[in-house]
Design a binder for this molecule. Structure first.
Ligand SMILES: NC(=O)c1ccc[n+]([C@@H]2O[C@H](COP(=O)([O-])OP(=O)(O)OC[C@H]3O[C@@H](n4cnc5c(N)ncnc54)[C@H](O)[C@@H]3O)[C@@H](O)[C@H]2O)c1
Ligand SMILES: OCCc1c[nH]c2ccccc12
Length: 292
């Protein structure tokens, strides 16, 4: 089994594996559901067994206990070989308590990457501003409880609010990112400030965003590289300069996803997907219809 390549974050030597396994969309549980779902633990154990080293969880997914069980039942994958992300949102008023709860549920003593899940909370209702929340995450980082800190679903405006008060800049912004949602201004901002873009929803052009102008391009490139449409899109996310987060409960799909570490798209094909992708815009998450 080949190991997943990593890229360096802007925080003291921390490296993030370029592809992550998501616990959010295929596996989340209803808020308040305390019963353990063994299918989530099994899927996560399978993800580890096929070679995923980067797991993407969140307080909001309600399944940190299942992720914790998968970790404790897989001692052959030592903590130091894994990269674990979790996120806070509902508990944004008290980041330190939220982290303690997540650590307990996950059964680990540190998190590799701790993210603010989204910037959309009501600051009056929650009694905390984006700037204050960030300073709290910096405190958790100083204590070594989280190896890197970052954000998710932040735009330039919210990133600027952080930058103005930050001692430590976000290492990552995890956003919906695929050929039909490229947001070049945000990408440029990330590049200028050393922020890694972690792309979720990378397969939207062939799932909820299909059909579209990329269909024939993806088909042509599938033939050229002898790779599936899924692999072309996941590889595009990497070759476009991002970390990619994907998911599936099926072992063959997990292997299909990991196999993208074995090939690379030619620059002209990366550019072709960029150019044709810009002909359509399609956003799924955190729009008016999205219910968390
Ligand atoms: N931070 C956030 O707000 C946020 C939002 C969404 C997702 N995420 C994270 O990203 C992870 C992945 O998100 P995603 O579900 O959008 O990922 P994705 O776009 O990679 O889609 C994965 C889904 O596509 C299916 N799929 C794969 N190939 C296919 C094909 N050829 N045809 C049809 N279906 C195919 C898979 O079976 C799976 O159900 C989540 O689990 C979560 O961890 C984070
Ligand atoms: O991060 C994926 C989007 C998301 C935000 N909050 C959630 C709760 C349950 C499932 C998905 C989400």
């Amino acid at each position: 089994m080949s190991t997943v390549p990593t890229i360096k974050l802007n925080h003291g030597g921390v490296e993030i594996p370029i592809i992550g396994y998501g616990l959010g969309t295929a596996h989340f549980k209803r808020a308040g559901d305390e019963t353990l779902d063994p299918a989530i633990t099994t899927a996560t154990q399978t993800a580890l067994s096929v070679g995923f080293t980067h797991l993407d969880g969140a307080e909001a997914y309600g399944n940190e206990p299942e992720l914790g069980l998968a970790l404790s039942s897989s001692p052959q994958y030592p903590r130091s070989s894994l990269f674990i992300t979790t996120k806070l949102y509902k508990s944004i008023s008290s980041p330190s308590e939220a982290l303690s709860t997540s650590l307990k549920k996950l059964g680990v003593d540190y998190i590799d990457l701790y993210l603010i899940h989204a910037p959309f909370w009501d600051e009056n209702e929650k009694g905390i501003t984006i700037e204050q929340a960030w300073r709290e995450l910096e405190g958790l980082y100083d204590k070594g409880l989280v190896k890197a800190i970052g954000v998710s679903n932040f735009g330039i405006e919210e990133l600027e609010r952080i930058r103005k008060v930050a001692r430590v800049l976000p290492a990552v912004n995890q956003v919906e990112y695929h050929p039909y949602l490229q947001n070049p201004e945000l990408k440029e901002y990330h590049k200028n400030h050393g922020i890694v873009t972690a792309a979720y929803g990378p397969l939207i052009p062939i799932t909820k965003g299909a059909p579209g102008p990329l269909d024939s391009v993806i088909e042509e490139l599938s033939k050229k590289y002898n790779k599936s449409a899924t692999q072309i899109l996941l590889r595009w996310a990497i070759d476009d300069g991002n970390v990619v987060i994907t998911t599936s409960s099926k072992e063959w799909r997990m292997k299909e996803a990991l196999a993208i570490t074995e090939f690379k798209l030619d620059e002209e094909d990366v550019e072709k997907i960029r150019t044709v992708g810009k002909e359509k815009r399609h956003r799924i998450f955190w729009n008016k219809e999205f219910k968390e």
